[in-house]
Write a protein that binds this ligand. Structure first.
Ligand code: ATP
Ligand code: MG
Length: 385
């Protein structure tokens, strides 16, 4: 369901938790696509949020980490090519409307629904909170729904782990619109094109490269570090000698190549082959050593990351500029969320001070009651006489 103001707008919203610098999983899972979308110009409005409040849900005791990573993530965005003239980059905690509506949305979701969220389930298992799961952590999908809905986002480009969050946002929008009045747009997720990009594994072969697991290649890692990390990567455990036939499926080195290697990289770094399919076929047949493939991957990654690292180096010389971008973006974001909040409060009937009609109606009811009381008193007084 769509309302008057949001009907014609195509709005993109996406974000990241400032729990560390961004890694190549973020790049292929979301960041690369954001830059393409920004340059295609097919959205009327684009928002990218640094989710500091969400990051605090499992980092309340390490607030310094979140605080310091706000600027790191902003530097990563700008270095990867996000243009603040085209995209509003903002900090979640600076937009109070998001938290007000998180509260209202909490009343539309059951505990059972939250506990069934598969991403939350696996994140809880990873974090080992034991009996002390922070309430904020368990409920962050509701807060994330607020982040999406309060901007009228139609599209949320994100990795696969975010699909249950977008589903939760759709459900809340649907429930709110039916219960009150149609205000919220039901958002859709935009997943990366290939399996490898939807959920890039960690360098340790674990299911997901994740800041919290320390199995990352960061966008800002220097060339030597990238090479070192690639060389120590997990590959096919059955491929012991180069002449052994190898497996490319679920082999992190090949999954990374799927996400990053282009045909034009072969003449530069691996001229014996022309395409990734050719290289894969040869590896599966036997006769290709892991070290040679890893060397190729390191070259491909470094070629891709080099311009990003250079841009970061320049931006790091003017941190005040980056904070200014965030401050201006946050003001713009608040303005947008405020507009939708006004409509949503009106739909709920909690626009206490703005609803003149309701105020007049209530005044009339009080006046009527007073008149009746006075009439009754006058009647009783007359009877007494
Ligand atoms: P944390 O460990 O703190 O949760 P994270 O590395 O999972 O950090 P997020 O900030 O939670 O990063 O995720 C930001 C965006 O990047 C989301 O859209 C998410 O789907 C995407 N993303 C994160 N990790 C990967 C990955 N390994 N592969 C593809 N996309 C990813
Ligand atoms: Mg995450």
């Amino acid at each position: 369901m769509e309302n008057e103001e949001t009907k014609t707008l195509n709005v993109m919203l996406t974000g990241d938790r400032p729990t560390g610098r961004l890694h190549i999983g973020h790049y292929v899972g979301s960041l690369r696509r954001r830059v393409e979308l920004q340059n295609e110009g097919r959205f009327d409005e684009m928002f990218i949020m640094i989710a500091d409040t969400q990051a605090l849900t499992d980092n309340a005791g390490t607030i310094q980490k979140v605080r310091d990573n706000v600027i790191e993530v902003a530097l990563d965005y700008l270095s990867a090519g996000i243009d603040p003239e085209k995209v509003t980059i903002f900090v979640q905690s600076r937009v109070p409307e998001l938290f007000e509506f998180t509260c209202y949305f909490m009343d539309l979701v059951s505990m059972g629904r939250l506990e069934r969220n598969p991403t939350i389930k696996s994140e809880l298992a990873m974090r080992a909170f034991g009996e002390s799961i922070p309430v904020g952590f368990l409920t962050y999908p509701i807060s994330q729904a607020s982040d999406i809905l309060m901007f009228g986002a139609t599209i949320v480009p994100a990795g696969e782990d975010q699909a249950p969050m977008v589903e939760q946002a759709q459900e809340i929008a649907h429930k709110f619109n039916n219960l009150y009045k149609p205000v919220f747009v039901e958002p859709k997720i935009m997943l990366p094109e290939s399996d490898a990009c939807r959920r890039l594994p960690g360098t340790d072969g674990k299911a997901k490269m994740s800041k919290s697991l320390g199995n990352c290649i960061y966008l800002s890692d220097d060339a030597k570090t990238v090479e070192k990390k690639v060389m120590s990567m997990f590959t096919d455990p059955t491929h012991l000698r180069p002449e052994d036939p190898g497996h490319t499926e679920n082999n992190p080195v090949f999954l990374y190549l799927e996400a990053f290697a282009k045909d034009e990289h072969f003449p530069l770094f691996y001229p014996e082959f022309h395409t990734l399919s050719e290289l894969k076929a040869a590896y599966e047949k036997g006769g290709i050593g892991d070290v040679r493939v890893k060397r190729f991957l390191a070259d491909v990654l470094n070629l891709t990351l080099d311009p990003i690292r250079k841009k970061r180096h320049e931006l790091e010389k003017d941190i005040s500029y980056v904070y200014r971008v965030l401050e201006e973006g946050s003001k713009k974001a608040e303005e947008k969320a405020r507009g939708i909040a006004i409509q949503a409060r009106r739909a709920m009937g909690i626009d206490y001070f703005e609803n003149r009609k309701l105020i007049e109606k209530q005044q009339k009811a009080f006046n009527k009651a007073h008149a009746q009381e006075e009439a009754l008193a006058a009647y009783l007084a007359k009877q007494k006489k």
